[in-house]
Design a protein around this ligand. Structure first.
Ligand SMILES: *[C@@H]1O[C@H](CO)[C@@H](O)[C@H](O)[C@H]1NC(C)=O
Ligand SMILES: *[C@@H]1O[C@H](CO)[C@@H](O)[C@H](O)[C@H]1NC(C)=O
Ligand SMILES: *[C@@H]1O[C@H](CO)[C@@H](O)[C@H](O)[C@H]1NC(C)=O
Ligand SMILES: *[C@@H]1O[C@H](CO)[C@@H](O)[C@H](O)[C@H]1NC(C)=O
Ligand SMILES: *[C@@H]1O[C@H](CO)[C@@H](O)[C@H](O)[C@H]1NC(C)=O
Length: 438
């Protein structure tokens, strides 16, 4: 019985394979796909640059790492799946080295959040490794709205401290629609993301770094701020988080890290927490006895999946709805070399498992803040060109470093303009490796 079933099964697969090959080949020669083990370790990823100029926006980049690299191999970028009717070759490139990064000079379409769903999607663009006119490996610009829940069986026994979590720095300081012509000096130094909160979560971020401004005389009392600049009403951010939690089974850290405006008394904090408690009543997880030592499975078993971190210990002592905030590890650096040194130091420190180290004491997660920080003078002089240029300078390297050096120690990694990095794919990949080892 088993034998017959498997024979039947494999012939179906073979027929399907032949038909599939035939249909693709029939339509377009470019759709010769033959993914095999030889290329299973090959990495390819697609990035979207935050840089805006009068003639370029959302420039697509491709990074690769192929130990099986051969001269004459090509990287080809397609719009639409290469087997689809309307598929177009946008860009072809012949790599000269086994790993690297290449900007393509091609603009990605603007993708409104309304087009993003709660299932994995390939968003139009496909990067392929091509040898002898055959596609050996293919990846797409993808969303990951369920990456944690999909790994419930393998990651469930771990703590938030033990997994690799992609995050956004200053998550509420986003501008999803942007006209390059109107990028003034304030926006140049306040906007850190180009996806709204729902977009960030659907792409795969699970750590949100939230700074709240309090404006008692405004119609909207609470705002998501960057420093003293108010960017987005907190209610909009809350609505996005709720929508995401309602439609998925993911765990999200909403880390209220700073209070740059309007918080004078403890009463002000209690008022904000009352508001968060009301809004998130269906989702927020009361701080458990073992706090950050709680495993993902234990979190899931409560049915509540939102963790609110709060950066005021007097408040945390008196309110059980909030958790001690995540330890953000800042380098305050302005060059890529110094960013490397900072990240290398904290990841090496984590590798030694030194328990006197503050961040490990309570199994509190730590967030490697992987971005450059301008000084006041840099902003005034615009010497660094703005946060978009600063992110573009380092985002691809961060991915490369975390892929090749710090994948065993990484916890939360919080970046600017997350689509310009490959940190989400990198985190997911290495979580799978960690799970396999545990
Ligand atoms: C890739 O293929 C090789 C050889 O078949 C195998 O040993 C290895 O485990 C595979 N790696 C992955 C990530 O699947
Ligand atoms: C393929 O393209 C043709 C012409 O552009 C169009 O009429 C047809 O519907 C397309 N087929 C599919 C499956 O998209
Ligand atoms: C950053 O990445 C780029 C592209 O891969 C590479 O050319 C450059 O050398 C890297 N810089 C550092 C400091 O690692
Ligand atoms: C908590 O907030 C109050 C009011 O803003 C402030 O006075 C106090 O220093 C804060 N405590 C901590 C530990 O941050
Ligand atoms: C490239 O992949 C190899 C083998 O999989 C790995 O050892 C190396 O660290 C990777 N390099 C980068 C820059 O990702």
């Amino acid at each position: 019985m088993i034998l017959r079933w498997s024979l039947w099964n494999s012939s179906v697969i073979i027929i399907f394979f032949i038909v599939n090959r035939f249909v693709c080949a029939e339509l377009l020669h470019k759709c010769d796909i033959e993914e095999n083990n030889e290329f299973n370790d090959t990495e390819i990823g697609i990035t979207i640059s935050p840089i805006m100029t009068s003639n370029m926006i959302r420039e697509i980049g491709i990074y690769w790492n192929n130990s099986n690299f051969r001269y004459g191999d090509n990287l080809i970028l397609f719009k639409y799946h290469p087997c689809e009717n309307q598929s177009q070759k946008l860009f072809t490139f012949t790599p000269q080295v086994s790993h690297g990064f290449k900007k393509t000079g091609k603009k990605a379409d603007f993708i409104p959040t309304a087009q993003l769903t709660f299932d994995d999607q390939c968003l139009y663009y496909y990067a392929t490794w091509v040898r002898d006119n055959v596609i050996k490996k293919m990846t797409c610009l993808s969303t990951h709205p369920n990456w944690m829940n999909k790994r419930k069986k393998t990651l469930g026994h771990l703590k938030m401290r033990d997994i690799f979590i992609p995050g956004t720095h200053d998550s509420a300081a986003y501008a999803k629609f942007k006209d390059p012509k109107n990028d003034n000096i304030v926006e140049k130094y306040t906007i850190t993301q180009d996806e709204d909160i729902l977009g960030q979560l659907i792409y795969g971020a699970r750590y949100l770094d939230i700074r709240v401004g309090r404006y008692p005389n405004d119609e909207q009392m609470y705002w998501g701020n960057h420093g003293f600049v108010k960017i987005i009403p907190l209610q909009v951010i809350i609505n996005d988080v709720k929508k995401f939690l309602k439609n998925t089974n993911e765990i999200v850290i909403f880390d209220v890290q700073e209070f740059p405006q309007g918080f004078q008394t403890l009463h002000d904090h209690h008022h904000l927490i009352d508001y968060l408690e009301r809004e998130f009543a269906d989702y927020l997880l009361e701080r458990p006895v073992h706090v950050w030592k709680t495993t993902l499975d234990e979190i899931w078993s409560t049915g509540k999946r939102l963790i609110i971190g709060y950066d005021n210990s007097s408040i945390v002592l008196t309110r059980t709805s909030v958790w001690p905030y995540v330890e953000q590890q800042w380098g305050d650096v302005r060059t890529i070399g110094n960013l490397y040194k900072h990240l290398n130091k904290i990841e090496m420190h984590a590798a030694t498992g030194d328990h006197s180290y503050l961040a490990n004491q309570f199994s509190k997660p730590r967030a490697a803040m992987a971005e450059l920080t301008p000084t006041f003078f840099d902003v005034i002089s615009n010497w660094l060109g703005g946060l978009r240029k600063m992110a573009d300078r380092v985002d691809i390297n961060i991915t490369e470093w975390y892929n090749s050096k710090w994948h065993n120690t990484a916890n939360i990694v919080a970046v600017d303009f997350i689509k310009a990095t490959g940190i989400i794919n990198t985190a997911i990949k290495w979580n799978d490796e960690r799970a396999a080892r545990h």
